[in-house]
Design a binder for this molecule. Sequence first.
Ligand code: AMP
Length: 279
Amino acid sequence: MKVFRRAKALRSYLAQRRSAVALVPTMGALHAGHLSLVKRAKQDAGQVVVSIFVNPTQFGPREDFKAYPRDLVADVRLLATCGPLAVYAPDVSEIYPRGFSSQIQVHGPLAKVMEAKARPGHFDGVATVVARLFGLVQARRAYFGLKDYQQFRVISRMTHDLGLPVRLIGCPTLRAKDGLALSSRNAYLSADERAVAPCLRQALLAVAAELRRGQRDPRKALALGRRSLGRSRLGRLQYLEIGSADDLAPLKRAQGKLVIAGAFWLGKARLIDNLVVNL
Ligand code: AMP
């Protein structure tokens, strides 16, 4: 296990070994979901770099940037269970050095609905840091979780639009036994909140079942999920929406490949989840 603070040192280490580089970008506080991406990257061969960087520019002013869990020692220990790889853990000053003046702006439906609407500016921050990481690490492949479905679509769009020579691989969501998607933010949940946390996933499944039964009006299908989440004593639904699986644009009629996605506040934790359905 090699840990690098600087991209220059990382690149010269990678260059010595000459095989293609795969990148797994993360914000640390690693869990089995992150490790599933790392394992997939390792299976695909080549050298694997896991970046750990809590990116300030993707957090809103009232979001949890400061509170976000950080423990590099624990992260490196966990990554060591995946076999040899390189960790890139830069400081903010390396990613955004003095004079840094560029930013990617995401437009279109992807930038208007769901997470983009709930977290203004979030995807501009994500797209910018991912483009910067692609440039610094010079990876040939990059692995992302489909738990953050909209993020994956934004990064796919950006990579295509800018003609970046990186192949993206979207990986399935790893869940706890009760269906809750693993997330670093689950650490914020109290025992009571954790017990009800699978409700978001259950609402998505209920909406999907309604669509599969033949309901083609997205609003009617969503009403079912909204009702079940609305009954929660502890949490608060932020949004539950259906969009085209490609660009997340809202649909008048549910058909083809679509995504049902939601965000649910539970105490200090903001849970997000989604389900892709092919009708
Ligand atoms: P994060 O550290 O939350 O920015 O996540 C880093 C990467 O891990 C992103 O591509 C996430 O989509 C992915 N990821 C997070 N949680 C999971 C999960 N439960 N299953 C699979 N991938 C995940």
